[in-house]
Write a protein that binds this ligand. Structure first.
Ligand SMILES: [Zn+2]
Length: 225
């Protein structure tokens, strides 16, 4: 599935990707969930969906796809890769936000309520530099509940290289907030930060616009100064 819209007039370099990420992520989550249900194809009923937001000049493109593993010893193509291929073939690049959903694989140790990005997908994001940047923000979210982790490609790369699994500091639970109202309040906080009205606690003091500021905004971690 794909959608594309024209962004408001202005030089593309002036697009605030942090703000756009906050505005668009709940939509990406719903697109990813829909793609998992409608396009996920798994021999064991294990459906994954992914949706991404990419740019081509002032054009914003949203692409989603499901996973493909139709039989046990057959080929496997991840949802993330299919969506990335579709965006690239339409001339989009600069993926700044991505949402992926799949049934959590509980291992009794971490038991995160979402499916971590697999190693080949993290490798794909490192490799395809025209499509992904270290600052691309990836949301991993439960198929039904708004429980999620927010990781940059850089963080996932470090975790992969060090052999550590996705850990909990970036896990957030908005399950009590099914319409993402709390998330959307982050948009106002993000703008208030720009006006110097609110600040995060240390160690994020003096933080610049970017993925960390997005994460702090949407999870209510900015405070009045
Ligand atoms: Zn994958």
């Amino acid at each position: 599935m794909k959608h594309s819209v024209e962004l408001p007039a202005g030089h593309p370099g002036l697009i605030d990707l942090g703000l756009l990420t906050i505005q668009i992520m709940p939509f990406l989550v719903e697109e990813a969930r829909l793609a998992a249900r409608l396009e996920g194809d798994s021999w064991r009923g294990y459906q994954v969906g992914s949706a991404l937001a990419a740019l081509a000049g002032k054009q914003l493109g949203i692409y989603s796809a499901g996973n493909f593993k139709p039989y046990k010893d057959g080929p496997r193509v991840c949802a993330e890769e299919t969506a990335t291929d579709a965006a690239e073939s339409d001339g989009f690049g600069d993926i700044f936000a991505l949402a992926t959903t799949g049934e959590p694989q509980l291992d009794g140790q971490l038991d995160l309520p979402y499916l971590p990005q697999c190693d080949p997908c993290v490798g794909m994001m490192q490799r395809r530099k025209n499509m992904y940047s270290p600052r691309t923000l990836s949301m991993l979210v439960h198929p039904l509940r708004n429980e999620f982790g927010l990781y940059t490609v850089r963080e996932m790369t470090i975790m992969k290289a060090s052999g550590r699994n996705l850990h909990s500091p970036h896990f957030f639970n908005h399950s009590f907030d099914p319409d993402w109202e709390e998330w959307r309040a982050g948009e106002a906080d993000y703008l208030r930060y720009a006006n110097g009205e609110i600040e995060p606690d240390a160690p994020y003091a003096g933080i610049k616009p970017g993925p960390d500021l997005v994460r702090l905004s949407v999870t209510g971690q900015l405070r009045d100064v």
